[in-house]
Ligand binder design. Structure first.
Ligand code: GTP
Ligand code: MG
Length: 426
């Protein structure tokens, strides 16, 4: 049974980067993963992954623009309609990936594709009929939460996409590693500026009971803790920020509109967010786990007779024998910042499905206490500089240890060779 993730979201939200990162990450966990490029505006030579299927082989935005004199957005919509009209090509290309394929679909950034335009929906229906089990992963730049009105707009967009696509759906605040910078630039915190620490939203007893973490009592930073934005509940607390943002003449009507949107979003009770920093293994592991659960991948039966890469290599097939990737795992080490493209291109594509062991490696176990919004806020917003310094120190120590080990090993070889030489001589 083929499974996949449909990576949607606004332009520049990080979809393509995530596809490359997720493929490298899943391979490092010994799971199958192919990327299918359905964005006809993506130039193949610039892609950070090697696509298993590429819409550019069928049609590209550049060709349509040239041929019909359309602008980039019109050309893109034409391409999606053309893809819909040529579904057989897509289905045949996907079937060739095998019954146990796991695919990351890189989707164009035009949000109307996932909210209004019918082509993507109809393509998804056809994939569903062909046996594909998909999860929609909606990427949104985390900087949206630094401004209350952008956050409300994001809530509405997320809800709209969820209702339109009708797939298991995970909303993701991407690039959380940049959130500290976005906040530092003055994007956030403005609503609380000038208020006393006692009177602002951080320090209420209610939040203490909620188990929410405080941002160290700091006035600068996000207006609310990150967990407030990821849960997307109790949205009426945004009202003050929204009123403060509107021009005085329109303040009440603007606030009213936003209040209604917030009510609507809360009534549906569907919207919530995960967070993602694509170069952070723990972040990727947590998101993978959430997506696996949403799509039921962990329960998927394997096609008879197909063995995974791990089994071919004689690795463990029992979930209990599987360890989460260690810090010094050479495959995961290649997945460090800056090496995504190299990793995606360098790893071989593997045939066959993930073993139960590889699956449970992501489905269960502790991610070193990591993953709740509080941890993410501490790592990337409140204490980023100290965490960066600590991680750099850890990496340095690790390098030194490795070097020491290498030196000892080489010295051992020299001594051994010397000994053998003497023995032969004697
Ligand atoms: N710091 C940081 N940068 C990221 C992350 N994810 C993506 N980026 C950067 O964000 C920019 C846009 O990323 P893309 O992956 O091209 O975004 P996209 O959603 O595919 O964009 P379109 O295809 O144009 O809609 C690139 O410069 C990426 O390097 C992340 O987790 N952290
Ligand atoms: Mg892209």
């Amino acid at each position: 049974m083929p499974f996949g993730q449909l990576i949607i979201g606004s332009p520049g939200a990080g979809k393509t980067t995530y596809c490359a990162g997720a493929q490298a990450f899943l391979h490092a966990l010994d799971r199958p993963a192919a990327v299918v490029n359905l964005d006809p505006a993506n130039e193949r030579r610039l892609l950070p992954y090697a696509p298993a299927v590429d819409i550019n082989e069928l049609i590209s935005v550049a060709d349509v623009m040239r041929e019909f004199g359309l602008g980039p957005n019109g050309a893109l919509l034409y391409c999606m309609e053309y893809l819909e009209a040529n579904l057989d090509w897509l289905l045949a290309s996907l079937r060739a990936l095998g019954e146990d394929a796991y695919v990351l679909f890189d989707i164009p950034g035009q949000v109307e594709l996932s909210t209004n335009h019918p082509s993507l929906r109809r393509i998804l229906e056809a994939l569903g009929k062909d046996g594909w089990r998909l999860v929609a992963v909606h990427m949104a730049d985390a900087s949206h939460i630094t401004d209350a009105s952008r956050y409300v707009a994001l809530l509405l967009l997320s809800l709209r996409a969820m209702l339109s696509l009708e797939l298991p759906h995970i909303n993701v605040l991407s690039k959380v590693d940049l959130l500290g910078e976005a906040v530092g630039k003055g994007g956030g915190g403005s609503a609380e500026d000038g208020e006393s620490e006692e009177s602002d939203g951080w320090s209420s007893a209610e939040e203490e009971e909620d188990g929410e973490r405080k941002a160290g009592g700091r006035r600068e930073g996000l207006a609310f803790n990150l967990s407030y934005y990821t849960r997307a509940q109790d949205l009426s607390r945004l009202t003050d920020s929204l009123e403060a943002l509107a021009a005085p003449r329109r303040a009440s009507r603007f606030a009213e509109l936003n209040a209604r949107i917030c009510e609507l979003v809360e009534d549906f009770g569907l919207v919530g967010f995960e967070t993602l920093a694509v170069d952070d293994k723990r972040s990727m592991l947590r998101l993978t786990r959430v997506i696996d659960k949403a799509g039921g991948y962990v329960y998927a039966p394997r096609a008879a007779g197909q063995a995974s890469a791990r089994e071919h290599r004689g690795g463990p097939s029992n979930p209990k024998d599987v360890q989460l990737p260690a810090q010094d795992d050479p495959e995961l080490a290649r997945y460090e910042a800056g090496s995504l493209a190299a990793t995606a291109g360098g790893l071989l594509r593997r045939d066959g499905a993930a073993t139960a062991a590889a699956l449970f490696g992501t489905a269960d176990g502790d991610i070193a206490g990591w993953g709740e919004a509080g941890d993410v806020q501490e790592r990337w917003v409140d204490d980023r500089a100290r965490w960066d310094a600590w991680e750099a120190m850890q990496a340095q120590q690790e390098r030194e240890k490795r070097l020491e080990r290498d030196v000892y090993r080489e010295a051992g070889k020299v001594l051994q060779a010397e000994k053998e030489r003497k023995e032969q001589g004697g």
